[in-house]
Design a protein around this ligand. Structure first.
Ligand SMILES: Cc1cc2nc3c(=O)[nH]c(=O)nc-3n(C[C@H](O)[C@H](O)[C@H](O)COP(=O)(O)OP(=O)(O)OC[C@H]3O[C@@H](n4cnc5c(N)ncnc54)[C@H](O)[C@@H]3O)c2cc1C
Length: 462
């Protein structure tokens, strides 16, 4: 059904983007084959691929026209920080890499950034900051690209207050698999022009269109912040405090949950020390406000709620370097655990049910005599539960544990993924845990956008 890459195709690609930007040398393509998915569940990449780096939407369109006409698979690639194998080439084809399209400009009056898809999250944060503005969410690794963040509708620690990527994207430019260009929305707060195809493309994981540019809403800076570590004796006590904080009206920028073993492991890898000696389970609460007095009043309220909920002595980090150190230790847990990890789950339940979810997860861990380290975005009902390597376990055993966790999340009104998406890794789980009418519609939508199934095949659905 598909054609493979041959000399004529490489020549045609070179004539579109320039021969310096068509890479087929086997050593050089290695850097474009993988992402951050844990190796035990990651697909084996196909090495019979060519990396193509367009510099404009016109070049993206020409590459896709050629691929569509010749029936060559195209794998859009962002920063390669995905956790479900979404950008990994599973067949011979083109890896479409947008890193040359990385311009960011900020319209201060409209408080909007106009960002090319290959700009990184770090580029966007810095451009907003240079213009006295703020991009509130922090959806993941800062080397992720804006195209990848939008394609995955990334969430991150700050979704509790400010929402996920789709709440910020006000317009996109994208190229369909046929090469046709779509311009949707813009620097707009409101847009009710027919079906909202932009929201359909957001979160479509590179299967419907290649995103080339976005208009992203920015906000005024929140100059004052505190990071508070609240220790508890148990996972359950920590998580049951979360809905109490949310109901109080405090609106933290983030409420993260971490446990002693993984956080100390992460700290020691970085040559740092976790500053709390007491407690086994911790909430890390970030408060950020425009007004310093108001910030400290919120902090007092927060501490009262936590102590009433049975917390041990909280630690309030005020200095920027102290706060950054805590967040650095938190953000490196994944890297610390990765060598012994089989899978990182991102089930999501209604925020007030997170304690119930984790009580059930504790029972599952006991019944399999394993440890399931957990950390993540407690305020969003989205905790990352890790399935770790166990001696003597085979794939069926790991899958069984994963599916039991999925079932519990669904029973609580949740979903199997709230952040990382489906990609390659969760395709069969999507099939198994979704209603057939939903799957049928997904297949038909894909057919409408991509009749030759060239864009990111093998992803989302088998
Ligand atoms: C340490 C770490 C922390 C993380 N934390 C979070 C977190 O807090 N929240 C969260 O949501 N995620 C998190 N992630 C996951 C990851 O950062 C996000 O999924 C991110 O959105 C991936 O972006 P990327 O540019 O790296 O995309 P890639 O991994 O390159 O690709 C991901 C998917 O997007 C598609 N894609 C990429 N660019 C485009 C484009 N221009 N047009 C169309 N499709 C495209 C790809 O085909 C693929 O399907 C984390 C990952 C790591 C390693």
């Amino acid at each position: 059904m598909y054609s493979s890459i041959d000399k004529a195709i490489i020549e045609e690609l070179s004539s579109i983007v320039g021969e310096d930007y068509v890479i087929f040398d086997t050593n050089r393509i290695e850097a474009y084959l993988l992402d951050e998915t844990p190796p035990p569940i990651r697909p084996e990449p196909c090495r019979s691929v060519v990396v193509v780096k367009p510099a404009s939407i016109e070049e993206v369109s020409s590459v896709l026209r050629l691929a569509y006409r010749s029936r060559i698979p195209v794998f859009p690639r962002g920063g390669g920080t995905g956790l479900v194998g979404g950008c990994i080439p599973t067949r011979s084809g083109i890896i479409l890499c947008l890193e040359r399209m990385n311009r960011v400009s900020v319209d201060v009056d409209n408080m909007m950034a106009e960002v090319e898809a290959g700009a990184t999250l770090r580029d966007l944060i810095e451009a907003a900051d240079r213009n006295g503005l703020f991009f509130p969410p922090h959806p993941g690794d800062e080397s992720a690209q804006v195209g990848g963040l939008i394609a995955c509708n990334a969430g991150g620690a700050r979704a509790v207050r400010t929402g996920v990527m789709r709440n910020y994207v006000r317009g996109i430019e994208a190229v369909l698999p046929t090469g046709d260009v779509l311009k949707l929305g813009g620097k707009l707060i409101k847009d009710n022009t027919g079906y909202d195809l932009m929201q359909l493309i957001i979160g479509s994981e590179g299967t419907l269109a290649v995103i080339t540019k976005a208009f992203i809403r920015l906000y005024p800076r929140l100059p004052f912040s505190l990071t508070i570590i609240v220790p508890f004796d148990s996972r359950s006590a920590a998580l049951k405090t979360v809905p109490r904080i949310l109901k109080s009206g405090i609106m933290p920028l983030a409420i993260e949950y971490v446990e002693r073993m993984p956080i100390e492991f992460s700290a020691s890898r970085l040559g740092l020390e976790w500053p709390c000696k007491e407690g086994e389970a911790f909430l890390i609460v970030i408060l950020a406000e425009q007004d310093e007095d108001y910030l400290y009043r919120l902090c007092e309220n927060l501490l009262d709620i936590c102590v009433e909920s049975g917390s041990l002595e909280p630690l309030v980090a005020e200095r920027r370097d102290e706060q950054d150190r805590i967040l650095k230790i938190r953000s490196e847990i994944y890297t610390a655990l990765k060598p012994s990890m089989v899978d990182i789950l991102d089930v999501t339940v209604p925020p007030a049910s997170i304690g119930l979810l984790m009580d059930e997860v504790d029972e599952i861990a006991k019944s399999y005599n394993t440890y399931l380290p957990a950390y993540g975005h407690a305020g969003d009902g989205n905790i990352h539960i890790h399935i770790m390597r166990e001696d003597g376990w085979d794939k069926a055993m790991y899958d069984e544990v994963r599916d039991r966790i999925y079932s519990v999340a669904l029973e609580l009104g949740g979903v199997i993924t709230g952040e990382h998406g489906i990609g390659f890794v969760r395709r069969y789980s999507l099939l198994r845990f979704s209603h057939p009418a939903y799957i049928d519609l997904i297949r038909r939508i894909k057919q409408v956008f991509d009749p030759n199934n060239i864009l990111n095949p093998d992803k989302l659905l088998p």
